[in-house]
Design a protein around this ligand. Structure first.
Ligand code: GLU
Length: 423
């Protein structure tokens, strides 16, 4: 273990500070006492490991791995593991805290955590990724556990990585422990509906917001930034509800088609080429141009800080639904608010993923499998109830949905902390 300097974040906002700015506003509105404030803002545990891996060409390469447990007040900590070159301690800390607030907003019995490995999975072989994932799991034996800390997929990871984590953890336990990780392949105890769950929650939040805003969904246009698991599923499910998806993008660029993007064709293209580069189903624009399109709904479903104080005043969407974690920097909040743009924040909008992770964990512990219909029905209900809770707090206190979400979450964690004391 060692100390690693967080990567310098140039003109971008530091994600942890961005999270804290909102936390501070909500804490002040709630009149949170200083002691509870200090406890809630401090991550419970931060682990940094080095992972020496034998690469396919025989040389050894050392990767940095992280796991930050922000809180375990509500229950075992929960959160994904990200494989990305931009992974750094401050990002993982912010993402871990967002998991705490997210689980509290949707009222599931988990604390928050996040993990990450600084790597580029797109240039690694399957064997290299397996060795990396197993080495990470070995170093995290003491951290992970079905009653302590439960990883899941995030950017750059998916069911295969979760299968390796479950297998490696199970080896040490001498028995199969399915509930140590969620987002597993179906045959290993994964849940029906988990892959689409985050995108589905984004769709449900969008429909709820449009209803409140009295916008007819069948006349609404949408731009989706990011075409990974969250963006592609959100786009597909929104299109099924009659909304017209007029722009999509990935890291190589964006595509715009006023007649609507053929999502099946785009998904097939991406599955074949692993990228949207060269896609011809829309005219090519930049990611920045996509964000500034005159649409009803904008779904940022890629990375942090894409809407910031440089472009916030150029955003024309009426509604932003945050599929990604932290896509709007704190400095942009005020600008969007002033423009009357409604933002369904990440900790509410993308909570469908962790909600179905919770269902997966419950099913593993019950030894019983739910139907897709039951999973969808229950997660839709949780998302709608959470939206309603947040909306009424926003209304009552005259704050944005983001600050209201933090208020709901902080109240829940603070009340629990006060009742039980520290752990
Ligand atoms: N990585 C996802 C998120 O940011 C899912 C976490 C989980 O299912 O534990 O919400």
């Amino acid at each position: 273990m060692g100390y690693i300097e967080p990567a310098p974040i140039t003109d971008k906002e530091n994600p942890f500070e961005s999270m804290m700015e909102r936390f501070n506003i909500a804490a002040e509105k709630l009149g949170l006492d200083l002691e509870t404030y200090e406890v809630l803002k401090s991550p419970a545990k931060q682990v940094i490991v080095s992972l020496p891996i034998v690469m396919d060409d025989g040389h050894k390469k050392v990767f940095e791995g992280y796991r930050v447990i922000h809180s375990n007040t509500l229950g075992p900590s929960k959160g994904g593991v990200r494989y990305d070159l931009d992974v750094n301690l401050d990002e993982v800390k912010a993402l871990a805290a967002w998991m705490t607030w997210k689980c509290a907003v949707v009222d599931i019995p988990y604390g928050g955590a996040k993990g990450g490995i600084k790597c580029d999975p797109s240039v690694m072989s399957k064997g290299e990724l397996e060795r990396l994932t197993r080495a990470y799991t070995v170093k995290m034996y003491e951290v992970f556990g079905p009653d302590t800390d439960i990883p899941a997929p995030d950017m750059g990871t998916g069911p295969q990585e979760m299968a390796w984590i479950m297998d490696e953890y199970s080896k040490a336990q001498g028995k199969t422990v399915q509930a140590v990780v969620t987002g597993k392949p179906l045959v290993l105890g994964g849940s029906l509906g988990r892959v689409e769950a985050t995108g589905r929650g984004v769709m449900v939040s969008t429909m709820e917001a449009l209803r409140k805003m009295k916008i007819d969904p069948t006349a609404a246009t949408v731009a989706v930034q990011g075409f990974g698991n969250v963006g592609s599923n959100a786009a597909k499910l929104l299109a099924q509800k009659g909304l017209k998806i007029i722009a999509i993008s990935d890291h190589t660029g964006a595509f715009y088609n006023l007649d609507g993007i053929d999502l099946r064709e785009a998904s097939e293209y991406r599955a074949t080429y692993k990228t949207l580069e060269g896609y011809t189903g829309g005219s090519k624009i930049t990611n920045d141009e996509l964000l500034e399109l005159d649409v009803d709904v904008l779904v940022p479903a890629a990375k942090e800080d894409v809407i910031n104080n440089k472009n916030a005043d150029k955003i024309k969407a009426k509604l932003i639904v945050e599929g990604a974690n932290g896509p709007t920097g704190a400095k942009a909040d005020g600008i969007l608010h002033k423009k009357g743009i409604v933002v369904v924040p990440d900790i509410l909008a993308n909570a469908g993923g962790v909600t179905v992770s919770y269902f997966e964990w419950v099913q593993n512990r019950l030894g019983y499998k739910w139907t897709r219909d039951r999973v969808n029905r229950r997660s839709d209900r949780i998302m709608k109830e959470a939206f309603e809770r947040v909306f009424s707090v926003a209304d009552k206190h005259n704050v944005s949905l983001r600050i209201a979400s933090y208020m709901v979450a902080i109240t829940k964690v603070a009340d629990t902390y006060k009742l039980r004391g520290s752990f």
